[in-house]
Ligand binder design. Structure first.
Ligand SMILES: Nc1nc2c(ncn2[C@@H]2O[C@H](COP(=O)(O)OP(=O)(O)OP(=O)(O)O)[C@@H](O)[C@H]2O)c(=O)[nH]1
Ligand SMILES: [Zn+2]
Length: 287
């Protein structure tokens, strides 16, 4: 039988199948081959004399370490419009990271009660051409959450974003769990640096949601030349620059650059150039 691991505790895995949630053990061969089943894994379960057993782990479309979950297909990137103010650079870095990991980003701007219409219009403008869905919500009151529910469908979704953005508030609303307090110590203790907290998947109709907010910061690097692959608004113009392998920076005849301020947002392009130059410097220092 096929299913998805939604929880793992002490060597037991809980697999959601069409016939309910099955408690399973992993085959010894996994441990021997150093394969650790992950929450999110798509698996085949077989019945053995010892009970239900994980027989096969299907190829993963993505793997995150924090949270330790496989096959996450979508991330709600949660930033508060204010309090704390949006760190645009961090936001863009999240987007690059998610693109690298083959996880689709969804932009969720929270605390719409604290911002003006004009600010929201400007934000839409800043991300034009990316194709990323953008939602403005008020997690605290639940305003605007209907679309976010709908967007969960057929995905395994993780919430990520900086501290104070409202991730826990949103998670509680989406999962229908109102008892967990937010913004105070009771929640923080659960996710403290020194406790190992295993993530589980929460079932919401046709959707699975990771029960703990994901990374709030990240550390990764790449070759500068790779960066352009993670800006979806550039894809359309691939092969249209004068030079093959154009990095859309100082090269003449750059088609991408010609689109800046038109179909490509200036804010995003400026971030691209800044980050590109940083990566060039960083990689020089390595030698
Ligand atoms: N004004 C306003 N405040 C909100 C809204 N949503 C959440 N907050 C508040 O923002 C603060 C931070 O919310 P949390 O849900 O704890 O944020 P978090 O992203 O989980 O933060 P960390 O646990 O630090 O990662 C809390 O005091 C919430 O009550 C909103 O829609 N409007
Ligand atoms: Zn170019």
């Amino acid at each position: 039988m096929e299913g998805i691991i939604i929880k793992g505790i002490a060597g037991f895995y809980y697999v959601r199948t069409s016939e309910g949630v099955l408690e399973c053990k992993a085959r010894g061969i996994f441990r021997k081959n150093n394969i650790t089943p992950m929450v999110g894994d798509r698996v085949t379960v077989i019945a053995t004399p010892e009970g239900n057993t994980l027989d096969k782990i299907h190829e993963r479309s993505s793997e995150l370490m924090r949270p330790f979950v496989a096959n996450i297909s979508q991330a709600y990137v949660v930033f508060a419009l204010r309090n704390p103010d949006i760190n645009v650079e961090l936001l863009n870095k999240f987007l690059v990271y998610l693109e690298m990991k083959h996880i689709e980003p969804v932009l969720v701007f929270n605390k719409s009660d604290l911002a003006t219409e004009e600010e929201m219009t400007n934000i839409r403008e800043d991300f034009k051409g990316t194709g990323y869905p953008i939602y403005f919500i008020e997690a605290k009151s639940g305003l605007g959450l209907d679309d976010l529910y709908a967007q969960l469908r057929n995905h395994i979704t993780v919430l990520c974003g900086p501290s104070g953005a409202g991730k826990s508030t949103l998670l509680n609303k989406l999962s229908g769990n109102e008892t967990m307090e937010t913004g105070d110590i009771s929640v923080r203790l659960n996710r403290g640096k020194h406790t190992t907290r295993h993530s589980e998947l929460i079932e919401i109709n046709d959707a699975l949601l990771v029960d703990t907010p994901g990374f709030s910061t990240m550390d990764f690097t790449m070759e500068a030349e790779e960066l352009k692959n993670y800006f979806p608004e550039f894809y359309e113009y691939e092969g249209e620059c004068r030079f093959n392998g154009c990095n859309h920076n100082r090269e003449p005849g750059c088609r991408v650059k010609a689109e800046v301020g038109k179909t490509i947002s200036e804010a995003r392009y400026n971030y691209y150039v800044k980050y590109y130059n940083e990566l060039v410097e960083e990689n020089k220092r390595k030698w």
